[in-house]
Structure formats: C-alpha cells, structure tokens
Design a protein around this ligand. Structure first.
Ligand code: HEC
Length: 171
C-alpha cells in the first residue's frame, strides 16, 4: 500500500469518525420509536388509565355475570378459619386497590377517577355483605369483577375479614 493510499484512508476514517459517533448519539438521544401497532389495539387501549366508569345502566358481559334476583346472604360463619383465610385473600385480591387497612389507599388507587371505597370500620351488616358480594361478582362502577379469581367460599371469607377491618387501623 503506497503512502498516498494510506494517507487517503486515514483522512477518510478521520472524516467519517465524527459522523458515525454522531449517529450513535442520535440513536441514544432521539430514540427513534420502533413502529408497532400493538399499543393502538383495543386490547391495550382499554387498559390504559385512568379507568372510567361504564355508562349508566351497563351490564357486565365479561366472565360470570349472574345477577341474583335476591340479595345474597352470607352463609359462612366468621370463625377463626374463615377470618384467617379471608385475611390472606384480602392481601392478595383487594389490598392493591383498597389498601392494607381498607382505607381505599392501595398502590393502584391513583389510577381511578373515583377512589376505591373505604372498607374500614362499621361494616358488620348484612347489607355490606350483600353489597360486597355483588361488587366481587359483577364489579361495581370502576371496580372490575373478581369472581374469576375467587371461589364462592373464598368471596365470603374475604368479606368476613373485611368486616373486621378497624376504622382507624394503621392510621
Ligand atoms: C382493581 C382495583 C380493585 C380491587 C382489586 C378491588 N376493588 Fe373494590 N372497589 C374498587 C373501586 C375503584 C371501587 C369504587 C367503585 C366506584 O365508585 O366506581 C370499589 C368499591 C368496592 C366496594 C363498594 C361497593 C359499593 O356498593 O359501594 C366494595 C364493598 C368493594 N370494593 C370490595 C372489594 C373487595 C372485597 C375486594 C377484594 C376481593 C375488592 N373490592 C377489590 C377497586 C377495587
């Protein structure tokens, strides 16, 4: 290789270097988005927050949506076993939104335009049992139905535990 060719190559390399480094930086800084249509599909769009209320009078059609004609009555006694199971299930299935102490302040609470209901304190009524059971079964407003995740017995265990959440617990 003659001296001239070598010099020519070095000059070309020197001229190209900033260009290539510049390109790499551009990629880092601009981060040209990789085209994908997935984020625009209804499946993803539906889940983008904030979660909004269904229209007035809407009936859930996803999963089990049996609307009982009568008000459901709690058949499970709130004994130690039920409460112990209920506490574990509450931590798994409810605390994310309603909070560990039931005050409606779980880590997901801020994704709702209406905050999750305060479940703590003075809820030991048959009305609350029925209301909570229906909320789990069908969803309630912005709360999604959770019937798929809990057997019938487990729903009542959770409700039995929820009744015991103290009004000022943890606050
Ligand atoms: C994904 C979040 C989320 C989870 C999980 C969740 N909830 Fe809710 N819940 C909400 C929201 C939000 C509301 C308020 C709905 C509204 O006002 O539109 C609510 C409301 C309620 C109500 C009030 C219903 C009424 O008629 O006033 C009860 C009772 C309830 N939830 C019980 C539970 C129980 C028990 C669990 C666990 C099995 C649970 N929730 C899990 C978000 C959640």
């Amino acid at each position: 290789m003659s001296t001239r060719t070598r010099r020519g190559l070095i000059i070309i390399a020197l001229l190209l270097a900033p260009f290539i480094i510049g390109l790499l930086l551009t990629y880092q800084l601009v981060r040209i988005p990789f085209p994908t249509n997935m984020a625009e599909s209804p499946a993803v769009g539906y889940q983008a927050g904030p979660r909004i209320s269904p229209p007035e009078g809407a009936v859930p059609i996803q999963g089990e949506a049996v609307i009982p004609e009568e008000v459901p009555v709690n058949p499970v006694p709130a004994d130690a076993t039920s409460l112990q199971r209920g506490e574990i299930l509450y931590r798994i299935h409810c605390a994310l939104c309603h909070g560990e102490t039931g005050h409606g302040d779980g880590p997901l609470a801020r994704y709702f335009t209406r905050p999750p209901a305060n479940l703590a304190g003075s809820q030991a009524t048959a009305e609350f049992d029925a209301l909570a059971y229906l909320a789990i079964l069908q969803g309630f407003g912005q709360m999604p139905p959770l019937a798929e995740n809990l057997t019938v017995r487990e729903r009542w265990d959770v409700i039995n535990y929820t009744r015991t959440l103290p009004k000022n617990g943890g606050q």
